[in-house]
Design a protein around this ligand. Structure first.
Ligand code: AMP
Length: 286
């Protein structure tokens, strides 16, 4: 099929055409669900689409590789882009419109406003990726204002991002329900991610140690043991398995992400580690 062939579902490239479509639905009293993504869709994304479909009359999925959430030395330019294959999957999952704006549409010349969320952004990804969450919060605010959905589904795979979005929606009085979606995993436990496409077969074998280590450490933490030695043992296990760097392996309060010495309240175990040049993140409930 040539690049000029139409995509198998309606596509909005501009805010104006998106608003036309969604405005008509809203005028008819339909409930609108939204799943924001950066594309290179996998079964994790599609599980969020199914959640939105079960809760809404119409579903909008966005694909936008947001430049402002990538650091200068990160993978923005090489991030996988495969719109035609993504559109086919979204059509098969009954998505009503694909919203795929251009960078110029999202950030016209002269735009200078950003959204900054405090507190929950102070640690973990907020430290490893300075500016990342401001980019996320700004684009999510814009997308929510553009789509104006009744509900939006976000994956627990990006647990800190989910908390950032929840905080922002509460603080800015945005009229949208944020629905969390569980992490979808490969058969060996590796969390599905568009970035898994970067892994060589050797790196892919090493990557399986990430979910294995998380579930091992989480099971020990559930016994009420002190976190520090367990986290240290987990880091060592990842390095022995072939990870080149463990940026963090931390136990945190499930709501605030404040560090915890033991799992004496609802907690989350979160990890970021590099295998070769690829940075992977994951987390589990404790
Ligand atoms: P991304 O395209 O990576 O920006 O992700 C778009 C949405 O899909 C975010 O809400 C992610 O948390 C979610 N997501 C990514 N990977 C998974 C997964 N393996 N399972 C469930 N949701 C996911």
């Amino acid at each position: 099929m040539s690049d000029a062939a139409p995509l198998p579902l309606p596509v909005a490239r501009s805010i104006a055409s998106l608003r036309q479509t969604v405005g008509d639905w809203r005028a008819n009293g339909l409930r609108i669900g939204f799943v924001p993504t950066m594309g290179a869709l996998h079964a994790g994304h599609l599980s969020l689409v199914e959640m939105a479909r079960a809760r809404a009359d119409r579903v909008v999925v966005s694909i936008f590789v947001n430049p402002t959430q990538f650091g200068p030395s990160e993978d923005f330019s090489k991030y996988p882009r495969q719109e035609r294959a993504d559109a086919a999957r979204l059509a098969a999952f009954g998505v009503d419109v694909l919203y795929a704006p251009t960078v110029d549409e999202m950030y016209p010349a002269g735009a200078t406003t950003a959204v900054t969320v405090g507190g929950v952004t102070d640690r973990l990804e907020g430290v490893c990726r300075p500016g990342h969450f401001s980019g996320v919060a700004t684009v999510v605010t814009k997308l929510l204002n553009q789509v104006r959905p009744d509900l939006a589904v976000f994956g627990e795979k990006d647990y800190q991002q989910l908390l950032v979005v929840r905080r922002m929606v509460a603080d800015l009085d945005l009229a949208v329900d944020i629905v969390p979606g569980p992490t979808v995993r490969e058969a060996d436990g590796l969390a599905m991610s568009s970035r898994n496409a970067y892994l060589s077969s050797e790196d892919r074998a090493v990557a399986a140690a990430l979910p294995a280590t998380l579930s091992f450490v989480a099971s020990q933490l559930r016994g009420g043991l002190d976190a520090a030695p367990l986290l240290e043992a987990g880091r060592t296990r990842l390095l022995k398995a072939g990870f080149s760097e463990v940026q963090y392996l931390d136990l945190a309060d499930a709501e605030t992400l404040a560090p915890l010495d033991r799992a004496d309240r609802p907690a989350r175990l979160l990890v970021a580690a590099k295998v070769g040049a690829t940075r992977l993140i994951d987390n589990v409930a404790v």
